[in-house]
Design a protein around this ligand. Structure first.
Ligand SMILES: [Ca+2]
Length: 212
């Protein structure tokens, strides 16, 4: 009887823990492909002055993989400068490592364009770790799980199939308007790289508004 009672109470504790975990899981937002998706395009704030990035770690401590590499811009390219990337420096896939972006003043945030990996080339993309899920925390208390979609494909002009799965657009749910001073992106799940274990993000573009 004693064993049975103990098993029962253990089950109750486990059930309570599972309940707490489920309750704490932030709502999920799925990434959209930017192929033929005008909502990805042209945020009016792509060249914000005074926006800053910091990170929990940097690969080998090298400036070339620094947090600021998610904010550099390539002329008028709405997606940012994809040749460069922040790469985390923790041993393993980088789960738990984070990137923090701070704005010079409080501003609206409706969406984010985020690279799923190192977008410089298909080679760097597949050799390094890629994102499956990120946890987004906002300074106004908002919290979401960002789920990167599967690989999107489209037909290139030369008739060859081209991989176009990154960056992806995340629209925050319309039910709640967010105004933020900072945001934090924490790596939750990754797909390991074929050659390297570090996980990289080429660009993050905050959108104050997102087209329908
Ligand atoms: Ca970059």
């Amino acid at each position: 009887m004693k064993v049975a009672a103990r098993t029962k109470s253990l089950k109750a504790v486990l059930a309570a823990l599972v309940g707490l975990t489920l309750a704490a899981a932030p709502p999920a937002v799925r990434g959209e492909s930017c192929d033929q998706n005008m909502a990805c395009c042209c945020p009016d704030d792509a060249r914000e002055v005074g926006i800053k990035a910091s990170a929990s770690s940097v690969l080998d401590g090298k400036a070339q993989y620094g947090a600021d590499k998610v904010l550099d811009r390539d002329g008028e390219n709405y997606a940012g400068y994809l040749e460069t990337a922040w790469c985390e420096g923790k041993r393993g896939g980088g789960e738990g490592e984070w990137l923090r972006i701070e704005f010079p003043s409080v501003r609206p945030l409706q969406g984010l364009l985020i690279s799923a990996g190192y977008d410089r080339s298909p080679a760097t993309y597949f050799e390094n770790g890629r994102l499956k899920t990120l946890v987004l925390t906002l300074s106004d208390g908002g919290r979401y799980t960002l789920r990167f979609g599967p690989r999107y494909r489209t037909l290139a002009e030369d008739g060859k199939t081209q991989v176009l799965n990154s960056p992806q657009l995340f629209r925050l749910p319309k039910g709640r308007a967010h105004t933020v001073k900072w945001l934090k992106l924490q790596i939750a799940e990754v797909e390991p790289g074929k050659k390297f274990t570090d996980t990289c993000i080429s660009t993050v573009v905050p959108h104050a508004s997102v087209e329908e």
